[in-house]
Design a protein around this ligand. Structure first.
Ligand code: FAD
Ligand code: N01
Length: 542
C-alpha cells in the first residue's frame, strides 16, 4: 500500500464495479458506488489521484471556470468548508483539493495507482467484464465504468528527428514533478491552444529567448484573475445550494443570465458596450452569452470576433505580429476560447518571437533545435503544447470488446456512437462518464461529471432493486440519439471549426462534432426523463 492506496488484488478478484481513472470522475464514483454497498476498484495509470490536475503541471496551469463553480457540490460540508484562494485556482491548488477529497471520504483504499488498463472484454457466459492491466493482472466485474477523461491521451506530433534533439523536451500534460528552470535558456513552444496560451507568458518571463511556433491562432480573453473576494465567497456560500441547482439547469453548467436579444436587435454602440462589459468581467461565458445568435450565424459571430480582434490589435504593438495572432479560420467560440493572463502583451517583449508555421511548416527536430521550411532555430528546451486525442482517445487506447467480441475502436471508426454519451449498444454494463454525445467538454465539466455519475449510480440502484443485473443501450435508441446530437450541432457554427471537438487535430480521425451542444440543463432533463420512463431506449435484464 502506497499513500493509503490499494495494492493490486490477486488476479481473478471480482468486484461489483471496476472504474478506470482517478480524476474528478473516478473519485466521485467511489463515493457513490460505496453508498450502494458495492465493492469498487479504481485503476489509475498515474502515481497519484487528480487526473487532469495530476498530469498538467506546466507553469501557468489553472482552470478557466471560476473556483467556486469548478468543484464538487455533492457534499455541503465540503463545499462550505473548502476555501479557494483565487478566482481561477492553479493546478496545484486543485490537486490539493482532490487529494483532500480522497482523504476526507477515505477513497484511497479503492484505488490502485501506477497501473494502466489495457483491455476490457465482456464475457457473455458470465455477464461480467474481464479487465486486464499492464501489470498482467486480470479482474472481473459486473459493471465497468470508464472515467478515463476526455483530455487525458496526449498528442505529440511525430516530427522526424525528435530522438536526435540534444536539449530537453516536455509535453505540457506530462510535465516533470520538479520545476523546470528556463533561466538563460532558448526555449521553443509549439502550440497556441488553451495550454500554450497559459504557458507562454510564464516561460517568456524566465527564458533568455522564447520562440512560439504557431500554426493556428486562437481567440483568447482575459481571466482578470486575482485573490478570491471573501465577501463574494461568503455571499455565495450562503446561497450555495440554489446557486448549484441553477448551474445544473444552465447552458454550460455555470449560472448566468441568458441572452434575450439577437445581435441585430441591438445598435452597434449597445453591442460594443455589452462586449466591453463582458471583457472587463473576464472569462468566456459572458461574451458567448451576450446575444442569442453568436454561435448560430457567421454575421452575428463576426461582431464579437471583430471585437476581440480589435482588442488583440490594441495590445500587440507590431501590426504584423498582431495580424498573425488574429484568428480568421473559425468563428469565435467554435474552438474552446482560451482564457489568459497577459498572453497578447507577451508578444511586446523583446525576448519573444512569433513564428508562423502555417506558412513555413515545421519539417524536423534537429540535434540543436527545430527546422521549419525556411529557417533553423537553435533551442535548449522544447515545449509541446500540442494537445490531446480528445474524447475518444483514452477509450480507443484500451482494447474494449463487447458482445460477440466486437471492438469498440472498430465500431467507432466512422465516429463515436453512444446513447446519451453514457452507454454504447453492444457493450452491456459499460458506462462512459462525460462520453461523446453528452455536453461534457462544452460545460463546466465537474457539473457534467456529477450529473453523469448520479445518473449511473441511480441506474445501478434501480437494477439492483428490481433484481436485474444488466443494462444495454438499444441500437435504435442510439441511432436516434446520434442523429439528434448531429442535428443540434448543425444548428450551430461549431461543426465549421477544425477543432479537437471534431477530431480534426488528429490525422486520420473521422471528423464528427462529438459533444452534445443542447446544453447541460436540457440534457440532464432528457436523461432524467429517460430514467423516469423505465430507462427508455435501454434493455434491462436479469
Ligand atoms: P481526468 O481528470 O482526465 O482523469 C482521467 C484519469 O484516467 C487520468 O488520471 C488518466 O491517467 C486515467 N486513465 C486514462 N486511461 C487509463 C487507463 N487505460 N488505465 C488507467 N488509467 C487511465 N474543465 C473545466 O470544466 N474547466 C476548466 O477550467 C478546465 N481546465 C482544464 C485544464 C487543462 C490543462 C485540461 C487538460 C483540462 C481542463 N478541463 C477543464 C477538463 C478536465 O479534464 C475536466 O474538468 C476534469 O478534470 C475531468 O476529470 P475526469 O476525472 O473525468 O478525467
Ligand atoms: O490543446 P489544443 P491544448 N505543428 O488542441 C498545435 C483544455 N485546457 O492542450 O490548431 C504545429 O487546443 C495546434 O495547432 P492547430 C481546454 O478544453 C483548458 O492547448 O492544430 N502546431 C494548437 O495550437 C482545451 O481546449 C485550459 O493548427 C501543432 C495546439 O498545438 C483543451 O484542454 C488549459 C501541431 C494544440 O492546442 C486542449 O488544449 C489547458 C503541429 N504538427 C487546456 N500539432 C484552461 O485554461 C498541434 N499543434 C481551462
Amino acid at each position: 500500500m502506497a499513500n493509503g492506496t490499494s495494492a493490486p488484488a490477486p488476479t481473478g478478484t471480482h468486484y461489483d464495479a471496476i472504474v478506470v481513472g482517478a480524476g474528478f470522475s473516478g473519485l466521485y464514483l467511489i463515493y457513490q458506488l460505496r453508498k450502494l454497498g458495492m465493492s469498487v476498484h479504481v485503476i489509475e495509470a498515474g502515481a497519484g489521484v487528480g487526473g487532469t490536475w495530476y498530469w498538467n503541471r506546466y507553469p501557468g496551469a489553472r482552470c478557466d471556470v471560476e473556483s467556486m463553480e469548478y468543484c464538487y457540490s455533492f457534499d455541503d460540508a465540503l463545499q462550505q468548508e473548502w476555501q479557494w484562494t483565487e478566482r481561477y485556482p492553479q493546478q496545484a491548488e486543485i490537486l490539493t483539493y482532490l487529494n483532500h477529497v480522497a482523504d476526507r471520504f477515505q477513497l484511497r483504499s479503492a484505488i490502485e495507482l501506477n497501473t494502466r488498463v489495457t483491455a476490457a472484454h465482456y464475457q457473455e457466459s458470465s455477464k461480467t467484464w474481464k479487465v486486464r492491466t499492464d501489470k498482467g493482472t486480470e479482474y472481473t466485474s459486473t459493471f465497468c465504468i470508464m472515467a478515463s477523461g476526455c483530455l487525458s491521451t496526449v498528442r505529440v506530433p511525430p516530427f522526424p528527428g525528435i530522438e536526435r534533439f540534444k536539449g530537453t523536451w516536455h509535453h505540457t500534460a506530462r510535465w516533470p514533478h520538479t520545476p523546470v528552470d528556463f533561466t538563460g535558456q532558448r526555449v521553443g513552444v509549439i502550440g497556441t491552444g488553451s495550454t500554450g496560451i497559459q504557458v507562454i507568458p510564464q516561460v517568456a518571463a524566465q527564458a533568455k529567448h522564447l520562440h512560439v511556433f504557431q500554426r493556428t491562432p486562437n481567440f483568447s480573453v482575459p481571466a482578470h484573475n486575482g485573490p478570491l473576494d471573501r465577501d463574494y465567497e461568503r455571499d455565495l456560500k450562503a446561497r450555495y445550494a440554489a446557486h448549484r441547482q441553477a448551474g445544473r439547469e444552465s447552458m454550460f453548467g455555470i449560472p448566468c443570465d441568458m441572452p434575450t436579444l439577437m445581435v441585430n436587435q441591438a445598435s452597434a454602440e449597445e453591442r460594443e458596450a455589452k462586449f466591453e462589459a463582458a471583457w472587463a468581467y473576464g472569462g468566456a461565458t459572458r461574451l458567448l452569452l451576450a446575444y442569442m445568435d453568436l454561435l448560430v450565424t457567421d454575421e452575428a459571430n463576426d461582431t464579437v470576433a471583430n471585437f476581440v480582434r480589435n482588442k488583440i490589435r490594441a495590445v500587440v504593438k507590431d501590426p504584423q505580429v498582431a495580424d498573425l495572432l488574429c484568428p480568421t479560420d473559425h468563428p469565435l467560440g467554435t474552438k474552446r476560447i482560451c482564457v489568459d493572463s497577459n498572453y497578447y502583451a507577451t508578444y511586446n517583449r523583446p525576448n519573444v518571437t512569433l513564428v508562423d508555421v502555417r506558412s513555413s511548416p515545421i519539417e524536423e527536430i534537429t540535434a540543436t533545435g527545430l527546422k521549419t521550411r525556411d529557417a533553423n532555430y537553435d533551442l535548449d528546451v522544447l515545449v509541446f503544447a500540442t494537445g490531446f486525442d480528445a474524447m475518444t482517445g483514452s477509450l480507443n487506447a484500451i482494447d474494449i470488446q463487447g458482445r460477440g467480441g466486437v471492438k469498440l475502436k472498430a465500431q467507432w471508426e466512422d465516429g463515436p456512437k453512444t446513447y446519451l454519451g453514457l452507454m454504447v449498444s453492444g457493450f452491456p454494463n459499460l458506462f462512459t462518464v462525460t462520453g461523446p454525445g453528452s455536453p461534457s467538454v462544452l460545460s463546466n465539466v465537474v457539473v457534467s461529471i456529477e450529473q453523469h455519475i448520479e445518473w449511473i449510480t441511480n441506474c445501478i440502484a434501480h437494477l439492483r432493486a428490481q433484481g436485474l443485473n444488466t443494462i444495454e443501450a438499444s441500437a435504435e435508441a442510439q441511432e436516434k440519439w446520434v442523429q439528434h446530437v448531429t442535428d443540434v450541432g448543425n444548428t450551430t457554427l461549431f461543426p465549421k471549426a477544425n477543432s479537437w471537438y471534431t477530431g480534426a487535430n488528429i490525422p486520420g480521425k473521422k471528423k464528427i462534432f462529438m459533444p452534445y451542444v443542447g446544453g447541460v440543463g436540457p440534457y440532464a432533463q432528457i436523461c432524467s426523463d429517460v430514467a423516469q420512463k423505465n430507462y427508455e431506449g435501454f434493455v434491462l435484464s436479469a
